[in-house]
Design a protein around this ligand. Structure first.
Ligand code: NCD
Length: 308
């Protein structure tokens, strides 16, 4: 494994190995034990889009492995002077950067970087395309909360802005690959293109695409809400009020899922829009656990790339 650009390039065995490694990393991290997998490696974090949890968790993960982590402010790099991404990659390599963790608003940007950067590239989110480490940490969190080694026989629902969501796209691969029955649910304009994605999945009969939230929630073991990007609702086929009325995750709606169903959200959340505050903070919410697992899962990814 040279780069991590998306989860679709990982075999089931590789996913299992990474998550097993993440478990070991979590134990070491919690015990304050040092893991020196990246001793002397220079890691650059180039986030050309806002981020709190993803960027910080990569920085903590790199340092916890003994690496030197450098956070670049893209607004303060030569990218704004018109330098191409390819030249930025060459520049970083010439300064001894061995790993590049990158977030970009353009789908495919991480693959472009991987072509020009001689070290390892980790995609920390590229446009609508992919967010592989989020999908890995979601799977790790869900398996942990359910106390099982895989998601066979489980029903998972992803609700919300599926059109713009790289998180949902990457999750579709890992959740169905792990045996879950995945339902993706939202207003029809946001389900556009999901039939094509479904056809590309290795196991095609594990994905259901629906606008019917009631059917999606019935007997679900876990419900993941996605951030509704309010700015994208303007002039759209659907108003924000209509979305909230039809799709917001509330305690009443959660009660129609499997008893004890878990709630997930990749964050950041819009409280009161895609989900109510009491669900986010409720006893079945995994939101804080997802954030917490971001560090060990990213430690596992960085260590695996360092090993090659
Ligand atoms: C998401 C992202 O940026 O892709 N957040 C995250 O990384 N945890 C989701 C979002 O922005 O809505």
């Amino acid at each position: 494994m040279k780069h991590l650009l998306d989860v679709d390039e990982l075999s089931r065995e590789q996913v299992d190995a990474l998550l097993a490694q993440a478990g070991a990393m979590r134990r070491a991290f919690d015990a304050g034990r040092r893991v020196r997998a990246l001793e002397g490696v220079r890691v650059a974090l180039l986030f050309a889009e806002p981020s709190t949890r993803t960027r910080l968790s990569f920085e903590i993960a790199a340092r916890a492995l003994g690496a030197e982590a450098y956070v670049l402010d893209p607004g303060g790099t030569s990218l704004v002077k018109g330098e191409s991404l390819a030249d930025t990659c060459r520049t970083l390599a010439a300064q001894g950067i061995g790993m590049l963790v990158m977030r970009h608003h353009r789908a495919g940007a991480a693959s472009v970087a991987a072509r020009y950067f001689p070290g390892n590239v980790v995609n920390a989110g590229d446009g609508w395309h992919a967010h592989p480490t989020q999908a890995l940490l979601d799977l790790f969190t869900l398996r942990g909360a359910l106390g099982s080694d895989d998601l066979r026989g489980r029903k998972v629902v992803i609700v919300g802005d599926l059109l713009h969501s790289r998180v949902a796209r990457s999750n579709a691969w890992t959740l169905t690959g792990d045996g879950a029955q995945l339902w993706v649910c939202g207003p029809p304009p946001w389900l556009h293109g999901w039939d094509r994605l479904a056809a590309r999945l290795p196991v095609t009969d594990r994905l259901v695409i629906t606008e019917d939230l009631e059917a999606a929630l019935r007997d679900a073991d876990a419900v993941m809400a996605l951030r509704v990007q309010k700015e994208r609702m303007r002039g759209g086929a659907l108003s924000l009020d209509e979305y909230v009325a039809r799709y917001r995750i509330t305690p009443e709606r959660m009660s129609t899922a499997h008893p004890g169903a878990l709630f997930m959200h990749p964050g950041p959340t819009n409280e009161g829009v895609e989900v109510t505050r009491d669900v986010i903070r409720g006893p079945r919410s995994l939101v804080a656990e997802q954030v917490r697992n971001g560090v060990p899962v990213r430690m596992a990814v960085l260590a695996a790339l360092a090993r090659g």
